[in-house]
Design a protein around this ligand. Structure first.
Ligand SMILES: C[S@@+](CC[C@H](N)C(=O)[O-])C[C@H]1O[C@@H](n2cnc3c(N)ncnc32)[C@H](O)[C@@H]1O
Length: 283
């Protein structure tokens, strides 16, 4: 079978889960990954025969895709903010909304800081480590710490930090019970913010394959992390320090309110899809 024939077979096999254009892209992604080819090399090889070894590997991928497992977990990696990050079943697959949060944070930090200044940054609920790693790459002089309650997530975050050759102070901690010690110039977080009553609205593939601890608030209070962050800002955010939070789009005003009395400047912002997704502010 040629790659062209295999592509037709691949698309047909996963057609219950993916549209034609999605499966076409997935085929290209997986073959390029398996063969270490770029798009051009794949295009040239489309009339060549698929070797047995690759055929078996592609069949395994088809079988996994059919279960609904996210392709990033099958691939073991994803792209975020233009960089490669390793992912597995212990970490949330980075979402594009979080790229928007980071873009805003980078822009505000750049505008609000003196170039020579050394910063302290804290990321709460770091997962695969995307937030501290991107920030450390943009602000190499900063001291970046990141908390997560999942030891397995922290292993993946450490692997990503090593891959990107940045030093992050990863802390294994239940943030909800933590007494912060230091004062930070930036506190940033994309914490679990889905309320238990919203569980039915979440896609099965997300609920089944992504860590529940990353998605759902541990109590019926979907704002529990934001309440603690607001409290911590009082004693652990430096003067003029920044807070950047990804939030539950249904709780924009409720989240904003938690910070209005704490911060001197605070704003609720929409993401590119028009959903209220970010609260950011300054102490
Ligand atoms: C929504 S995910 C965000 C992951 C990553 N920052 C991102 O944006 O892709 C939330 C993270 O918070 C972590 N987490 C959940 N409960 C926690 C707790 N009590 N203390 C610290 N981290 C917690 C989860 O393990 C998960 O990695």
């Amino acid at each position: 079978m040629t790659y062209q024939d295999y592509k037709t077979y691949f698309k047909k096999e996963i057609s219950e889960k993916y549209t034609d254009s999605e499966s076409s892209i997935l085929f290209d992604i997986f073959v390029q990954h398996l063969m270490d080819w770029n798009q051009f090399a794949l295009r040239k090889a489309m009339t060549e025969k698929v070797e047995n070894k690759q055929s078996k590997e592609l069949q395994n991928i088809i079988d996994e895709l059919k279960t609904g497992k996210p392709y990033q977990q099958i691939l073991g990696e994803t792209e975020f903010y233009g960089l490669k990050f390793f992912v597995d079943e212990h970490v949330l697959i980075p979402r594009p909304e979080t790229e928007e949060l980071l873009e805003l944070a980078i822009e505000k930090i750049k505008a609000g800081s003196r170039k020579s200044e050394a910063f302290k940054i804290l990321d709460i609920g770091t997962g695969s480590g995307i937030i501290p790693i991107v920030l450390k790459k943009h602000f190499p002089e900063t001291e970046v710490s990141a908390i997560d309650y999942s030891e397995n997530a922290l292993k993946m975050a450490q692997r990503n930090a090593e891959f990107h050759q940045v030093e992050i102070n990863f802390i294994h901690q239940d943030y909800l019970k933590a007494n912060l010690i230091e004062v930070y110039d930036v506190i940033i977080s994309n914490p679990p913010y889905i309320g238990m009553e919203e569980e039915d609205e979440i896609a099965d593939s997300v609920k089944e394959f992504e860590p529940k601890m990353a998605l759902f608030s541990p109590t019926s209070n979907a704002l529990i992390f934001y309440e603690k962050i607001a409290e911590d800002c009082k004693n652990h955010l430096a003067k003029n320090g920044f807070v950047f939070l990804e939030i539950n789009q249904k709780l924009g005003n409720e989240t904003l309110e938690l910070f209005t009395d704490v911060l001197s400047e605070v704003e609720l912002m929409k993401d590119l899809s028009g959903n209220e997704r970010i609260v950011w502010g300054r102490f």
